[in-house]
Design a protein around this ligand. Structure first.
Ligand SMILES: Cc1cc2nc3c(=O)[nH]c(=O)nc-3n(C[C@H](O)[C@H](O)[C@H](O)COP(=O)(O)OP(=O)(O)OC[C@H]3O[C@@H](n4cnc5c(N)ncnc54)[C@H](O)[C@@H]3O)c2cc1C
Length: 418
């Protein structure tokens, strides 16, 4: 079987690309191992709401049209939105079709999908940046009596054994799950390494409004000084709740969640935490304040100062001097460790040499330079800081579809690509 182009993955990124290829009359298939929006159906916990506001949940040709633009969509709502979008754009999705291998072929590429072999001149990898949990090597030293869990398998606190819970990682996932598990009555310790602190709202506006209007989200990958660092920044400490509450470390300690520093080692069943928590938090406070200053400056120069509530600052993160440096995981008190230590893509099935020694695809703004005709989508800061988020797919897919179109026509890719 032959298709001009193949998109692997029918999440928001793959669907947005499908729309872009249809706009350019490029015949293509979208291969999806599950259903449309599979990640949101099978790998997200049911209580999850997007941390981006609804007005930002927009896809090419499909702005948010509901009656709650400032709300935060539940995962199931997003799955329904993406399913509707796939129907609306007539995306040629083949569900229940897992791609097991991608290799060079006579027409460009050969895709092994189940028993089928599909030839394609161009392939777009849209299998997501969060396909696997990133679990530190020290996890191997957790005593076997302790249940360990990742956010991909977490559903609700009811699935955890009775007892105390150690949540490792205080970014978007860690703070949400620590709060939810604590509400279920289980004592929670939250180990916080480097994190990005942001308030849910500032001067009456959602923080994502500020991130957008100040131009931060639009910063391009080839203009960012330390791109590697930008691509590995943790997700911001934000949650989407109907009340639009801020979920920072102060709000968590105020309800009784205990903080610890970065989990650095486990020796003989004893977890050892960094003593630098106060410094880590001070740095996160400083960076938040730097961004708020940028926001205030933008408001002043845009002439909006008078329309917005006055600038202000948030209380510094409180770190108890008695923060524990050790926790005995074999004592029986801690019964669960939840790894909220991030995610990574899974491109292990690629049978072409396009990955570095850490398994990451080498690409230039989504163009896989070592394999002409191959593209990747959905990775953090792929082309701009917005690439990390759903709304970023619109610009990324437009640029990559243009490049792909030029590639198919046999012309040289435009030098203005960047
Ligand atoms: C917990 C969590 C919360 C997030 N919250 C937000 C948020 O609030 N706002 C926001 O903008 N972003 C958020 N993101 C980031 C990002 O938008 C999502 O990760 C989003 O799902 C990425 O979309 P995607 O299309 O790139 O990948 P995915 O949605 O993961 O889609 C990839 C698709 O590829 C399929 N697939 C994978 N491998 C294969 C294969 N070999 N063969 C065939 N199909 C395959 C999968 O089944 C899946 O359907 C969040 C991410 C996580 C993990």
């Amino acid at each position: 079987m032959q298709s001009t182009a193949v998109i692997v993955g029918a999440g928001h990124a793959g669907l947005a690309m499908s729309r872009r290829l249809t706009e350019r009359s490029i015949d293509h298939l979208v291969l999806e191992r599950g259903e449309v929006a599979n990640s949101w159906r099978t790998q997200r916990w049911p209580s999850l709401r997007l941390l981006t506001p609804n007005w930002q949940t927009r896809l090419p040709g499909h702005p948010y049209a509901g009656d709650d633009p400032d709300g935060y969509m539940p995962a199931a709502g997003l799955a329904a939105t993406l399913t509707g979008y796939a129907r609306l754009i007539g995306a040629p999705v083949r569900t229940a079709t897992t791609v097991h291998a991608l290799r060079a072929g006579p027409q460009g590429f050969e895709i092994q999908a189940g028993d089928d072999l599909i030839g394609a001149r161009a392939v777009v990898l849209a299998t997501g940046a969060c396909a696997r949990p990133a679990i530190p090597a020290l996890a191997a030293a957790i005593p076997p009596s302790v249940t360990t869990l990742t956010p991909l398998a977490y559903r609700d606190p009811g699935q955890l054994p009775d007892g105390e819970v150690l949540v490792v990682g205080a970014s978007a996932t860690g703070v949400q799950l620590a709060a939810e598990i604590h509400r279920s009555g289980r004592p929670v310790t939250l180990a916080a390494g480097e994190h990005v602190r942001l308030p849910r709202t500032y001067r009456g506006r959602d923080i994502f409004w500020w991130l957008q209007v100040t131009g931060l989200l639009a910063e391009r990958y080839d203009q960012i000084d330390d791109l590697t660092r930008a691509r590995h920044l943790p997700s911001p400490q934000l949650t989407g709740t109907p009340e639009a509450v801020t979920t920072d470390l102060n709000s968590l300690t105020a309800v009784g969640i205990r903080l610890a520093g970065r989990l650095g080692r486990i020796t003989d069943g004893v977890a050892q935490f960094s003593g630098a928590l106060a410094n880590t938090c001070a740095l996160a406070d400083l960076k938040m304040n730097r961004f708020l200053t940028r926001a205030d400056e933008w408001a002043a120069t845009s002439g909006l100062d008078g329309d917005l509530p006055s600038p202000h600052r948030f209380a510094p993160t409180r770190v108890d001097p008695g923060t524990p440096l050790e926790l005995d995981l074999s004592s029986g008190k801690i019964t669960t460790v939840l790894w909220a230590t991030g995610f990574r893509p899974d491109h292990s099935w690629l049978d072409i040499p396009v990955r570095d020694r850490n398994g990451r695809i080498r690409h230039d703004g989504g163009v896989v330079t070592d394999a002409p005709g191959l593209y990747v989508l959905g990775l953090p800061v792929l082309r701009t800081r917005a690439s990390t988020y759903i709304h970023g797919a619109a610009a990324d897919t437009a640029a990559l579809a243009d490049h792909l179109h030029t590639f198919l026509s046999g012309r040289t890719a435009p030098s203005s690509f960047r």
